[in-house]
Structures are given as structure tokens and as C-alpha cells.
Write a protein that binds this ligand. Structure first.
Ligand code: GCB
Length: 608
């Protein structure tokens, strides 16, 4: 539980000052900034928009590929009338490691590039005056960062990122930054758990509020028209919502829970959030929302767009939702890191089932890069056999999961957690690691959502050692592309079906969904007969998968890779990025999108 997990809200007692815009920016390859007083201003700055990834605004390769420390600096005017409360700067994310200084004093440090943190500035602020805000960010990857990677050094000493994953290592202040004013006695956390009896007209929502003081709280529930439907007092309790309208897949309904700390002279603090009343559970080969089995149609995605990189862009985000709705999709996975909170609020409103993934990607040594793997230099111990992984990385992973669950636990759209993407689960050393993180998430999620991970091709049924921990099975499989691509695609279906049947035998009762499958496709390349990379071939691959999915009624979802083409590290496997998108990077459909749309539109969200 931490105040940072509450999305900033303007209320009767809270104030927000936007800090987005143009900041000063400078690389610090020698890491001399702190020593040389960069906390008071950067010596040779360039302008940098916030939010944005810095990489693609530059025209030179050194800047784009820059790896190491870099600084952001701005001046912040703090209204004097806010000196009777808490002043926190809230960073929605800083990728991957940040140290924050205000007026030269260090006020916060945070690791993990995709989750929010706050810097309390009460002790250092100059009220009614301009304040220096400096942020030293670092984008180096290691075995102890999530995501996982390495830093290589070129002959001239320049550092470069060597991620153990394909998406580009975009970094910087990629989401919003805001100054938040709250009363000293304030609401610091809210959790909700719905209980739905499909045959009853009412539903019960248990709630728990954490505050920094001892006054009592009230909770008022309003419906979408703003009418009050229920209220309760006390820091925890149960609220009955009469004639409840449930949050359903693609038919969302959101109540507003307004929490107030009540003092002798009135309201001390007020906070609100939107809440969808729904349950989610896994039972008898099905994923159930409000007791009804769902069929997931959707995508693995990335936060990625031209020039912005991973910088949050509400326009691109809106287009992605419109494209997903046009396709008849009802779900997505936040591959491979927690997405901006604005995305989850939109998913709440649109009724999307989100599989919320933490940035535990690259936990497989042989995948570190294709050349290393081919020459054998990358093959010594496997990832989970390394002692530092079992100790330090595990702690980082657990801390990040706590922050993730803390931030996202109220969202109705967040229906499952993905704890890792494509880890090496072939070795027994993975087992205690998995146990630790799966147990933790069960313990800290008040809604006890289903937990899973995305399984890699190299850990098929019978080889994988950790699937017992998953509540449902998610498979990333590339029959028709990395295996049996092109003419031999005919071999893909029987091979995949054999593996699926083995999973079903080994994990009876567990629903299976596909979290990745697909084929790289260059938009505009048409071939008759098809060849790999052509638009025709992508359709053929998706058709093969559709036939596989339709063969088993314990398959509960399909999420092809990827919604859009996206930027990757350069290399022989990629042509200016990963081209497995159903849409191009500028969000226009490829031929396969039209085919898949027809399939999905004909398929109900609650299929069984
Ligand atoms: C995977 C990874 C994903 C890659 C994808 C690919 O299995 O999970 O991050 O982008 O394969 O296209 O190779």
C-alpha cells in the first residue's frame, strides 16, 4: 500500500498541477551530473518534451541508442496557499531508474520503468516561488532489472543496451508528471472486492480504505447518472448496491466510489475512483466473468508509436481502442510491462478483459540474442540457475509485483495477472522462484484474480516445470513462422495439436489460451501463391490457428501477436521493427485484420 498507487484526482480537497511540457535534457555518459551540480540546472541542455521517449526525437545514432545516465530539469512554481498540506511530485513512470532532486536535495529514488512513484517535497520546497526539479534517469538493463538485459561497451567506451527481448529499449519520462497537493491527513489507499450472485438483483462490494490519520471515513457510491445508490461509514465494510448493473465484457458499467475523511469541521480529504462490479474466476476449463464463461479475442500489444516511442499518447491510444473494437476484440495483454493508467481506465469503460503483465521479460538466457545463442556463447547456466536471480532479482520481482497490484487492483478491466513472459521453465531452479511470486500475488491481491505466465515454445508440455502454479495456461507459439514457416506450414497444425492435447492431459481442468502466434508481414507485399512476409501468408497462418482453436472447447482465447507493428532493436531478424502487427505502426489494417475481424465479429464474447 502506498500513496503513489492512487491515480491523481482533483477533488474538493486535492489539487493537481501539470508538469508536462518541455523540460531541459542532457546525457551524462561520465555520470558527473551529481558531482557537478546538475541538480541546479544542466550545463548544455536541449529541449525535451515530457512525456516522450527520447530516442526517436534525435537524428543521430549516438543519441538514439544512448545508454547510461541522462537528466531532465525544469522549474516548478509552487502555489503558496498549498503550504498547509502534502506536496508530492507524482511520476507516472520513469524508465528505468530515477533519482529526483528538488532545490538540490534528493527527494526520491525509484527502480522499475513502468510504475508510478511519488517524491514528497514538503521539507525542501520554496512556497510561492520557483523550485528546481532535476531527475537523473538511467536506462541500463541487467539481470536484476525488469525487463532483463545487459549493457555492452563499444571500443570507444560508448555503452549500448543489449536487451533479452526484441522491443526497443525506449526510455525517459514516458508518462505524465504532476505536482499533487493533498491534506496532511489523507486517503492513501482503497480496495474493493465484489460479490456477485447472478440470480440476485443486488451485489455486495467489500471495501477497505487506508488513511494517514485516525478520523473516520464515509464511502458514497453513485451510478453513472450521478445518483447516489449506497453509502457506508468506516474504514472497511460492505456496501450493498441495489439493482446492480454489472461490469460485463464489452458492456461495462462503472460506479463511482467517493471516499471522504470526516473531521469535526467537515470533510478533511476526498478521493474517488470508478469501480466495476464483477467477479472473475477459473473453473472447469473456463474463465468466468460474473459466473459466465468468456472467450477472449484480442491482442498482445506494445505502447509504441512513431517518434513518441513509448511516450504515452492519448490520440494513438484512442485509435488502438477503436481498432480493437472494430476487430470485435474484447481483451488484451499488457505485453510486456504495465501500461499507462489511462489505458486501464479506458479498458474499464470499454469493458475489455486485461491480462496485466509485469515487466518480467527476458528471463531466458539462450534468447539473449540470436547470434549468441547460435554461436553458443550465451549458453552457460540457464537464467534461474544463477544465484543472484534467486536472491536479488526475486526481490526486485516481488517488489514490482507489489507495486503493480497496488496500482491496478481496483480496475474492473484487470481480470488476470501475467507474472512473466517466456521465462526458461525447463530447469527445476525455476520452481521455487515461481512459487514465491505466485504465492505473493495470491496473498496481496484482494480480488484473488487468476495468475498466469506466457509460456515459450522451448518449454512445451512435458518439459515445462512450473505450469502447476498458473491458474490458466497462456501459450506463445509460432508454428508457421519460427517453426514450420512457409511451405512446411502443413506440419504446424498436427504438431501444435499434439502439444495441446498433452497440456490438457497434464493440466486437466485448466483453460488454455494463446497469448502469441502470428507471422511477420510487410504491409503492401502481395504474392500469389503466398510467401512468408506477404499479406496473403499472414492470413494463411491465422487461418491455421483458427482451425486449431476451434478444435477444442477448452481453448478460451486467442490473442495474436501483435496489434500493431512495433519498433525493435535492429538486427537480422527484423526489418525496421517487428512486423507481426495486424495493423501497421501507423494503425492501418493489413489484409489479415479484415479476415480476423470477420471471424471475431461472428464470435460472441461469452461463447460457451
Ligand atoms: C515472443 C515474444 C515477443 C516477440 C515475439 C516475436 O515470443 O514474447 O516479445 O516480439 O516473440 O515476434 O518474436
Amino acid at each position: 500500500m502506498s500513496f503513489a498507487s492512487l491515480y491523481p484526482r482533483l477533488t474538493a480537497t486535492r489539487r493537481i498541477q501539470d508538469m508536462c511540457g518541455t523540460w531541459d535534457f542532457q546525457f551524462d555518459p561520465e555520470s558527473i551530473g551529481e558531482r557537478d551540480g546538475w541538480t541546479k540546472g544542466l550545463p548544455v541542455p536541449t529541449d525535451m518534451p515530457v512525456p516522450a521517449s527520447f530516442a526517436d526525437v534525435f537524428t543521430d545514432k549516438y543519441s538514439r541508442e544512448y545508454t547510461g545516465d541522462f537528466w531532465y530539469f525544469t522549474k516548478l512554481f509552487v502555489p503558496g496557499e498549498w503550504n498547509d498540506g502534502n506536496l508530492d511530485i507524482r511520476f507516472d513512470s520513469a524508465t528505468h531508474h530515477a533519482t529526483v532532486f528538488v532545490n538540490g536535495f534528493k527527494v526520491a529514488e525509484h527502480s522499475g520503468g513502468f510504475l508510478p512513484f511519488t517524491a514528497n517535497i514538503n521539507d525542501v520546497v520554496k512556497p510561492n516561488a520557483w523550485n528546481d526539479v532535476a531527475v537523473k534517469v538511467n536506462n541500463e538493463l541487467s539481470w536484476q532489472t525488469l525487463p532483463v538485459g545487459e549493457v555492452h561497451t563499444l571500443p570507444d567506451g560508448t555503452k549500448m543496451s543489449a536487451p533479452y527481448f526484441d522491443f526497443y529499449n525506449y526510455s525517459g519520462l514516458q508518462r505524465k508528471v504532476r505536482l499533487v497537493y493533498t491534506p496532511f491527513e489523507r486517503i492513501e489507499d482503497l480496495s474493493v472486492v465484489s460479490h456477485v450472485d447472478p440470480s440476485a438483483k443486488d451485489a455486495v462490494v467489500d471495501y477497505a480504505v487506508a488513511t494517514s490519520g485516525s478520523h473516520d471515513v464515509e464511502v458514497v457510491v453513485t451510478d453513472e447518472s450521478g445518483a447516489e445508490v449506497a453509502r457506508a461509514t468506516g474504514k472497511s465494510g460492505s456496501i450493498t448496491i441495489p439493482d446492480v448493473r454489472l461490469w460485463q465484457l464489452r458492456d461495462a458499467y462503472l460506479y463511482t466510489f467517493t471516499v471522504r475523511i470526516l473531521g469535526e469541521d467537515g470533510v478533511i480529504d476526498e478521493y474517488y475512483d470508478t469501480v466495476g462490479v464483477r467477479t472473475v474466476e477459473v473453473k472447469d476449463n473456463r474463465i468466468l466473468v460474473n459466473g459466465r464463461p468468456v472467450y477472449l479475442k484480442g491482442f498482445g500489444r506494445h505502447e509504441d508509436s512513431n517518434i513518441h516511442g513509448r511516450g504515452f499518447d492519448p490520440v494513438v491510444n484512442k485509435r488502438d481502442f477503436e481498432n480493437m473494437k472494430w476487430m470485435g476484440a474484447n481483451s488484451f495483454r499488457t505485453s510486456h510491462y504495465p501500461y499507462a493508467e489511462e489505458q486501464l481506465y479506458e479498458a474499464d469503460r470499454e469493458g475489455f478483459f486485461v491480462i496485466d503483465e509485469v515487466a518480467a521479460v527476458g528471463m531466458m538466457k539462450s534468447l539473449m540474442n540470436f547470434m549468441d545463442a547460435a554461436t553458443g556463447t550465451g549458453k552457460q547456466k540457464t537464467y534461474f540457475e544463477e544465484e543472484s536471480v534467486q536472491t536479488e532479482t526475486l526481490e526486485v520481482h516481488k517488489r514490482t509485483l507489489r507495486e503493480l497490484v497496488d496500482r491496478d487492483k481496483r480496475h474492473a478491466s484487470v481480470c488476470a495477472w501475467s507474472l512473466l513472459n517466456e521465462p526458461d521453465t525447463t530447469v527445476p531452479e525455476a520452481v521455487p522462484y515461481f512459487k514465491a511470486i505466485f504465492d505473493l500475488v495470491r496473498e496481496i491481491d484482494p480480488q484473488a484474480r487468476p495468475r498466469t505466465y506466457a509460456s515459450v515454445m522451448m518449454s512445451p508440455a512435458g518439459v515445462d516445470k512450473t505450469m502447476d502454479f498458473a491458474d490458466f495456461i497462456m501459450l506463445n507459439r509460432y508454428q508457421g513462422w519460427y517453426i514450420n514457416g512457409g511451405y512446411p506450414i502443413v506440419k504446424g497444425k498436427p504438431m501444435m495439436k499434439a502439444e495441446l492435447e498433452k497440456w490438457h492431459e497434464l493440466q486437466p481442468g485448466k483453460p488454455i489460451m494463446f497469448s502469441e502466434y502470428g507471422a511477420d508481414t510487410m504491409a503492401g507485399v502481395h504474392k500469389l501463391p503466398s510467401v512468408m512476409w506477404s499479406e496473403e501468408y499472414q492470413v494463411e497462418v491465422l487461418k491455421m490457428w483458427g482451425e486449431i482453436f476451434d478444435s477444442y472447447d477448452w481453448i478460451v482465447g486467442e490473442q495474436p501477436w501483435n496489434l500493431n507493428d512495433f519498433q525493435t532493436t535492429e538486427g537480422i531478424m527484423r526489418v525496421d521493427g517487428n512486423k507481426k502487427g495486424l495493423f501497421t505502426r501507423d494503425r492501418q489494417p493489413k489484409m489479415a485484420a479484415h479476415w480476423l475481424r470477420e471471424r471475431w465479429i461472428a464470435m460472441p464474447d461469452y461463447k460457451f
